[in-house]
Design a protein around this ligand. Structure first.
Ligand code: ADP
Length: 481
């Protein structure tokens, strides 16, 4: 059985749960510990005790730890990528890509450790100098989802540690394997006892205890809107109030204009809608297509979709792995039925598939005749389900694109500079993509959204400092001479 990592030690738990491969439900990756409330409290205490020394550790020490983590992750990317694909169901190429990304993130923040700077500015009062510095917050609770089992933990853990905070990491129940490997690597990196703690298990037990603890200064959460709202409310209700950062859902539009290069548009749409089995918060499910290109686009899309191979995530040649579990598959199928009940036309896919091994295989689905007011166009499905929504022209397409409760990512395919520039200014989202898929971002620049998608400061790149540090302003009288 795998263990939790608390106060520098691997500790057994009373409970363990099997980790099932969604490509082959007969393949169990192992039994993974579920922490108790007591384990969680011990981890929080350990992180709290470790904060004083870690927050005062030299920036070289922190750099060296993060750099060691990065180096080991990158040197084992094939092995870790295979484990990730086996437990989450994204293809091997995507799994290895995600592990590589995690390594790059630790590398980036290793560099940031030695680049933290302050400002010294004159005061409006004679003889007074003002200094503005950044300081760590304390213990940070990290609650992560299952769809990026190593990259999302990396982009929270790396800045938390880089800026001198200590960490309690609670991964999603479905992907403890990647979390455990990451914790093993962090444990070996030279990070002192208690600075990083892994507690695996249920959100309703461990997550809740984290939200209530007075020793946790901040929570960074990625997951569903409903849980995110609850997390924010609990963070402001706790004493003292916690800083909170939320990344939640999306219903990302991809606009395709008459002047788009059709091959580019189809590749962007296929990637955005179906890669990683559509299980990305930046996935695009609303393909908003202007009248002049609509029929050609639908024809090219359905043709391209028949060439996509849905199979075991680790098999060579697979383009789309299985859905992550039965619960998510049921949700996808419910939405596919709902779309038909709402009057949309299912023109391709949406069927359960049989493969050599028992798994949650679903063919990518495309709807047409969709009205943006339908529930399938408003609610996040989180599966390989996309829909074509007609627009008369660019102006109407932009209006439909923005008519959503979410605002994470928004894309456009066009060869018109005028429309691309206008779209970048007027699309209501945190990330805008021109002639690129809505998913797939860089690690050195901010990630996050507007409206119902995100809350609090951005993640990633140098902007991560906004969340993982607090700003101190010091005044001193230095004389008028
Ligand atoms: P999903 O529906 O994709 O599983 P969730 O928002 O439920 O998304 O889960 C995201 C993360 O939040 C997971 O790590 C989960 O364990 C955790 N979580 C779930 N419920 C709670 C809760 N009440 N308090 C804190 N964390 C929670």
């Amino acid at each position: 059985m795998t263990l939790n990592f608390i106060a520098g030690e691997w500790t057994t738990a009373a409970d363990a749960v099997p980790n099932v491969n969604p490509s082959d439900t007969n393949d169990i990756l192992g039994d993974y510990a579920h922490a108790s409330l007591l384990d969680t409290e011990r981890a929080i205490d350990a992180a709290s005790r470790a904060f004083r020394n870690w927050s005062r550790s030299s920036i070289q020490t922190r750099h060296d730890c993060l750099n060691a983590i990065a180096t080991e992750i990158l040197s084992r990317k094939e092995e870790l990528g295979r484990l990730l694909s086996r437990e989450e169901g994204k293809t091997l190429l995507e799994g290895i890509g995600e592990v590589t990304r995690a390594g790059q993130i630790f590398q980036f923040f290793a560099g940031e450790c030695v680049r933290v700077a302050g400002e010294k500015v004159p005061s409006v009062r004679p003889g007074v100098e003002v200094e503005i510095t950044r300081e760590p917050l304390g213990v940070i609770g990290l609650i992560t989802p299952w769809n990026f089992p190593i990259a999302i933990p990396a982009w929270k853990i790396a800045p938390a540690l880089a800026y001198g905070n200590t960490v309690l990491f609670k991964p999603a129940e479905l992907v403890p394997g990647s979390a455990h490997k990451l914790a093993e690597i962090i444990a070996r990196s030279g990070v002192p006892s208690g600075v990083f703690n892994l507690v695996m298990g249920r959100g309703s037990i461990i997550g809740e205890a984290m939200l209530k603890s007075s020793k946790i200064a901040a929570i960074s959460f990625t997951g569903s809107v409903a849980t995110g709202k609850h997390v924010a409310q609990a963070c402001t209700a706790s004493d003292p109030m916690k800083k909170v950062q939320l990344e939640m859902g999306g219903k990302n539009p991809m606009v395709v204009l008459d002047d788009a290069e059709i091959d580019v548009a189809v590749e962007c749409a296929v990637n955005s809608s179906f890669f990683s089995t559509g299980q990305r918060c930046t996935a695009s499910s609303r393909l908003i297509v202007t009248d002049g290109i609509r029929d050609a686009f639908v024809a090219a899309m359905t043709k391209r979709m028949t060439s996509l191979v849905v199979d075991d995530a680790c098999k060579a040649g697979t383009n789309i792995g299985p859905v992550v579990d039965q619960r998510q598959l049921d949700q996808d199928l419910r939405y596919i039925r709902l779309g038909q009940d709402e009057g949309a036309r299912l023109v391709s896919g949406g069927e359960l598939l049989k493969r050599d091994t028992p798994g949650f295989y679903l063919s990518p689905a495309l709807f047409t005749e969709v009205d943006n007011r339908m529930r399938i166009a408003r609610e996040e499905i989180f599966g390989p389900v996309a829909m074509v929504i007609r627009a008369k022209n660019y102006e109407e397409a932009l209006e439909i694109a923005n008519d959503t409760p979410f605002g994470l990512s928004s894309g456009i395919c066009t060869t018109s500079l005028k429309h691309a520039s206008h779209f970048k200014r007027n699309a209501q989202a945190g990330m805008i993509m021109v002639n690129l898929p809505t998913a797939g971002v860089d690690y050195h620049v901010p990630f996050g959204g507007t409206k119902g998608s995100s809350y609090g400061p951005r993640e990633q790149g140098r902007y991560a400092a906004e969340f993982y540090t607090t700003v101190k302003t010091s005044y001193s009288f230095e004389g008028t001479g």
